[in-house]
Design a binder for this molecule. Structure first.
Ligand SMILES: NC(=O)c1ccc[n+]([C@@H]2O[C@H](COP(=O)([O-])OP(=O)(O)OC[C@H]3O[C@@H](n4cnc5c(N)ncnc54)[C@H](OP(=O)(O)O)[C@@H]3O)[C@@H](O)[C@H]2O)c1
Length: 364
């Protein structure tokens, strides 16, 4: 049945990323429940501090069980659950945090079959479920028993969470910094020939999704002066494949003049930071300051001067490049971009949009 797992995990990853805006700083997690190869229930971790995906999926299944004829066919819910299979993109928690341990709920509910595609790197949880489940779960498929492709996709959807956790364990500033660049194939980031945009509508919509899934955007007075951007999310949650959307706070970096972005709502916080220099030390201090203020998931949307300075500093965890396809093959585009930014990694991920390519490049 391993081959059926590809499809089940594909669905699991799609559902998990719906919670991306509100689940943070928790990971994106979905729990799917199958019976006789049919999806009978699912749950998503929708919001930090609220019920985990497993709780939502199991409670939903209990309700279905009690309201349908299933309770006539089975002696109890646990009888029915013993025939079901749980699919999860993260190891279930086994400790008391904001919510009770999911491993206990799974065992008490009677489940016997479970597959999960990533271990939780939290030392309180990491691989602990293997022992906890050893007496009660008869069929346990842990990440290393899954295909490389499933494991990599699972890591990718929670890359910010895993990176932040690792930095916390290593006592480093625990932020995840993404830098978004729209450029022409020659690398130019400034619009040419009077054009309003470099990239297509689908790419710009994708940037709105990125804004919603980051806590704060870093921009500059130069870019505000040139573009007067609203830096808000101008698509519906449904359109962006999210459960909810949120405008990020804004951090404006300036050297000479503080400029206020126009049309920003009063509910968003705007922070100003003076840029005395463009060197690593100065940029590092700004990121530490934002981290001190509680920001962890940060995105830079600025022009070439600041973008180049951040790339040179080595502080960027993820570079997101949008470029018009310009009749190039995917392979040619990847080769050109990876070599010009020196971000060559097997973990990089390409997306094909309407007229553009998008490459997410992860720092080593
Ligand atoms: N394609 C894209 O993805 C993209 C995204 C955003 C913006 N843009 C375009 O980028 C253009 C603006 O780019 P840009 O390169 O001029 O600006 P930028 O990269 O957005 O900002 C540079 C920042 O560095 C500061 N600065 C410059 N020299 C400095 C120095 N020696 N020491 C300390 N701070 C210094 C500037 O301060 P002051 O402003 O106070 O001088 C400014 O805050 C706009 O035309 C905009 O349309 C493109």
């Amino acid at each position: 049945m391993i081959e059926n797992l590809e499809g089940k995990f594909k669905k699991c990853f799609e559902l998990a990323t719906l919670g991306e805006t509100l689940a943070f700083p928790n990971p994106n997690v979905a729990c799917l429940i199958y019976h006789d190869e049919c999806l009978v229930s699912y749950g998503i971790h929708k919001e930090f501090g609220k019920a985990h995906a497993e709780v939502n999926a199991i409670n939903n299944l209990k309700e279905i069980f009690s309201k349908s004829d299933l309770h006539k066919k089975y002696k109890s819910f646990t009888d029915y659950a013993s025939e079901c299979e749980l699919i999860l993109n993260l190891e279930p928690c086994c400790h008391y945090g904001n919510t009770p341990p999911c491993t206990s709920l799974i065992i008490e509910s009677g489940f016997k079959k479970i597959s999960f595609s990533s271990y939780d790197t939290n030392p309180k949880v990491h691989k602990k479920s293997l022992e906890i489940f050893s007496n009660s779960i008869f069929e346990l498929i842990s990440p290393e028993k899954l295909s490389q492709e499933i494991q990599e996709k699972s890591q990718f959807i929670n890359r910010a969470f895993f990176s932040i956790r690792k930095k916390e364990i290593e006592n480093r500033v625990s932020t995840y910094l993404s830098l978004k660049i729209a450029s022409y194939p020659n690398g130019n980031m400034l619009t040419q020939d009077g054009a309003r945009w470099i990239t297509c509508e689908e790419s710009r919509k994708d940037v709105h999704r990125l804004r919603s899934t980051n806590q704060i955007l870093i921009t500059t007075s130069s870019t505000i002066k040139a573009d007067n951007p609203k830096y808000n999310v101008r698509h519906s949650a449904e359109d962006l494949k999210l459960l909810d959307i949120k405008d990020p706070d804004i951090c404006v970096l300036y050297n000479k003049e503080k400029i206020l972005p126009e049309n920003t709502t009063s509910t968003r916080k705007i922070i100003y930071e003076k840029l005395d220099n463009l060197d690593k030390q100065t940029l590092e201090k700004i990121i530490s300051e934002l981290s001190f203020q509680g920001y962890q998931k940060i995105m830079i949307e600025a022009g070439p001067t600041l973008s180049k300075a951040f790339i040179a500093s080595g502080l960027v965890d993820e570079l997101i490049i949008y470029q018009p396809k310009n009749h190039r093959s995917k392979e040619k585009f990847i080769k050109e971009v990876e070599s010009s930014f020196n971000y060559i990694s097997s973990k990089n991920k390409i997306f094909e949009l309407e007229n553009d390519y998008k490459l997410v490049m992860l720092s080593a």
